[in-house]
Design a protein around this ligand. Structure first.
Ligand code: ATP
Length: 224
């Protein structure tokens, strides 16, 4: 089986996440896709965010119509900060004979050098790196393991030529750089709109909008 792992703060989960999941599921013929909301995200610690339980519940609601998408609470349940290296190691133990794909947008991929054991993480399973507007593939993070990547191939992807470039990074792992149709949706933009009580139709699943209203999340008088 081929299993995709899509980690995120999901603050809140939005239609962009669902769209990238559908694209990557098709492109990599994934059998299942796990959405993994972070517990206490090390990279967003100064930002006040709704509890992990709220973000987990919104994710669960959003995935309800998709039979191949599942929510995974592994990071929410783990005490302390959420590190991807721990998550992937645990999931490899849980699914020893499946092929795992760590799914990540180019914006998050560029932050990789700040992640715990980034280079080891890159060799633990395959990576699917998805284009995100404003973050071209050719601006690669500065890690020794990535030095022999073919920059021309990445520039070609940025120009809209090919749609996938695969780079073998170790005996067990490859990086798949995948150009998808641009999706101009971000959680930060949605939070701003929610604070100002602006329209979020087409940006959020209906069930998530209702949950946000019912639980009074992302209101003007709060920091999030
Ligand atoms: P924020 O605006 O708060 O940074 P976000 O919209 O990036 O939030 P996250 O939960 O941080 O949402 O994202 C989870 C993963 O989904 C990350 O790997 C991110 O790069 C990817 N992702 C989110 N939105 C898009 C998008 N529109 N296009 C491509 N990748 C995306």
């Amino acid at each position: 089986m081929r299993i995709g792992l899509l980690g995120g703060t999901f603050n809140p989960i939005h239609n962009g996440h669902l769209q990238i999941a559908e694209e990557v599921q098709k492109k990599l013929s994934l059998d299942r896709l796990l959405f993994i909301p972070s517990g206490d995200p090390p990279h967003k610690k100064r930002e006040q965010i709704p509890s992990a339980e709220h973000r987990l519940e919104m994710t669960r609601l959003a995935l309800f119509p998709y039979p191949h998408f599942e929510v995974c609470d592994i990071e929410v349940k783990r005490p302390g900060k959420s590190y991807s290296i721990q998550t992937v190691t645990e999931l490899k133990r849980l699914y020893p004979s499946e092929k795992l794909f760590f799914i990540i947008g180019t914006d998050a991929f560029f932050d990789l050098p700040t992640w715990r054991e980034a280079e080891r993480l890159l060799t633990l399973c395959d990576f699917a790196i998805l284009s995100r507007p404003g973050h071209p593939f050719s601006r690669l993070p500065d890690l020794p393991l990535l030095r022999s990547i073919d920059r021309n191939a990445l520039m070609e992807l940025d120009r809209g030529g090919e749609s996938v470039y695969t780079f073998r990074i170790g005996p067990e792992a490859s990086l798949h750089f995948i150009r998808i149709a641009p999706i101009a949706v971000s959680a930060s933009e949605i939070r701003k709109r929610l604070k100002k009580r602006e329209e979020t139709k087409n940006l959020l699943p209906e069930s998530v909008s209702s949950y946000i209203i019912k639980n009074k999340l992302y209101q003007e008088d709060k920091d999030f």
